[in-house]
Design a binder for this molecule. Structure first.
Ligand SMILES: Cc1cc2nc3c(=O)[nH]c(=O)nc-3n(C[C@H](O)[C@H](O)[C@H](O)COP(=O)(O)O)c2cc1C
Length: 367
């Protein structure tokens, strides 16, 4: 594998397995949460150079997203419709326990040649937990549980006679058969509070964070990588972004302005209220959404902050700036998924590859 292939930035897209699109706005969104739309989207994505698709888990409607397909079964359906794409299934400790999750994912790993991965999410939506009769734990307790969940997943997948004595989960001489075949399922996690970062620095393969500027992403990356190195652990970083790529910068900016102008204020404010249970409720008051403005919240995961809004050249340069700040993967949301995933693959990814090749050549020349 060449240095360029090894260091190549990965691209992922959000699977629209919940209704309403990725922005809380009445602007037209040519997208759909149905399986037919999503199968075709997954095929377009893998043909367009995308490496991963990320599904979402939600049990109830919040502010939009009236209909929600379950993440693991939906991810499996997408894997069955594709041949190279990896699909990351969101899993929420609480509704899932690690014994069932490990078994489910191991089977899908066998059925799909190792293309399934998981995103262990820790929960921010108290109303959803109440609706389904799940205990609502304090912020950092949720992460303590998620960390045990991840340790249990890994132990079950790799050890025979797995024994684990946690505060949330217990295993006694458990041997899962069959275990996953290689490549082993990768473990992603979402969240950016202190507890989320510390968990990433100890156990996760990938740390997903909300959209942000290269400078702010750089601070998170330095923090996590320093702590991970102290723990003898390696973690990679995925950054969210909502991409609006158009032939001219004016067009792209006009689309953003229209999204904000047509935002549903009641829904956005209600979402803003609910996400105070995320990073803001942590002991240090930091984390996802802790500093989000009204405009930021119109995109569920602060995706406008990454500023992938402009021409293909501008967006490719900003993608590479995020890579320089330490991102290993860019997670993308779009207004019109099928059309824009294809456009991104055709017009932006090749420019990113050119910029990456030029940087790699410079590095080699400097050595
Ligand atoms: C990329 C990404 C995907 C996420 N997907 C989900 C999801 O599908 N379901 C869910 O309940 N939470 C999801 N979350 C929310 C996180 O698990 C977490 O609750 C939230 O980011 C707050 O974390 P913090 O308090 O550590 O900052 C996601 C977060 C990120 C960054």
């Amino acid at each position: 594998m060449s240095i360029i292939e090894r260091d190549a930035l990965k691209f992922a897209y959000w699977v629209p397995n919940v209704s309403g699109g990725l922005v809380i706005s009445n602007i037209e969104q040519r997208t759909s949460w149905t399986i037919d739309y999503n199968r075709k989207l997954a095929q377009i994505a893998e043909a367009s150079g995308f490496d991963y698709a990320l599904s979402q888990i939600r049990f109830t409607a919040g502010y939009g997203a009236e209909f929600q397909h379950e993440s693991v079964s939906f991810s499996h359906a997408l894997l069955e419709s594709t041949s190279t794409l990896k699909v990351i299934a969101a899993i929420l400790p609480g509704p899932w326990n690690p014994a069932l999750a490990a078994k489910q994912i191991a089977t899908i790993n066998h059925l799909t040649g190792g293309r399934i991965a998981v995103n262990v999410v820790s929960g921010w939506f108290k109303g959803e937990f109440h609706a389904i009769g799940e205990h609502w734990l304090d912020h950092d307790e949720r992460y303590r549980r998620s960390e045990e969940f991840i340790r249990a997943l890994r132990g079950i997948w790799t050890e025979d006679s797995f024994t684990f004595r946690g505060d949330f989960y217990r295993f006694q001489d458990y041997s899962l058969k069959p275990k996953p075949i290689d490549p082993q399922p990768e473990i992603f996690q979402g969240g950016s509070s202190r507890a989320a970062r510390d968990m990433a620095a100890r156990v996760s393969d990938w740390y997903f964070t909300n959209g942000n500027t290269p400078a702010e992403i750089g601070k998170q990356v330095d923090d996590i990588r320093r702590k991970a190195a102290e723990n003898g652990h390696k973690v990679r970083v995925g950054v969210n972004a909502f991409a609006i790529v158009r032939e001219t910068e004016e067009e792209a900016k006009a689309v953003l302005a229209e999204i904000i102008e047509k935002a549903n204020p009641d829904a956005v404010n209600a979402f803003g209220h609910e996400v105070k249970n995320a990073g803001k409720a942590s002991p240090e008051g930091e984390g996802n959404w802790a500093k989000s403005s009204f405009d930021d919240l119109v995109q569920y995961n602060d995706g406008f902050r990454s500023n992938l809004i402009g021409t293909p050249q501008q967006v490719a340069e900003r993608v590479v700036a995020l890579k320089r700040a330490g991102a290993d993967l860019i997670l993308l949301g779009f207004l019109h998924f099928q059309e824009e995933v294809e456009y991104f693959g055709r017009h932006v990814i090749p420019l990113v590859r050119e910029l990456e090749a030029a940087e790699a050549a410079q590095k080699v020349a400097a050595e």
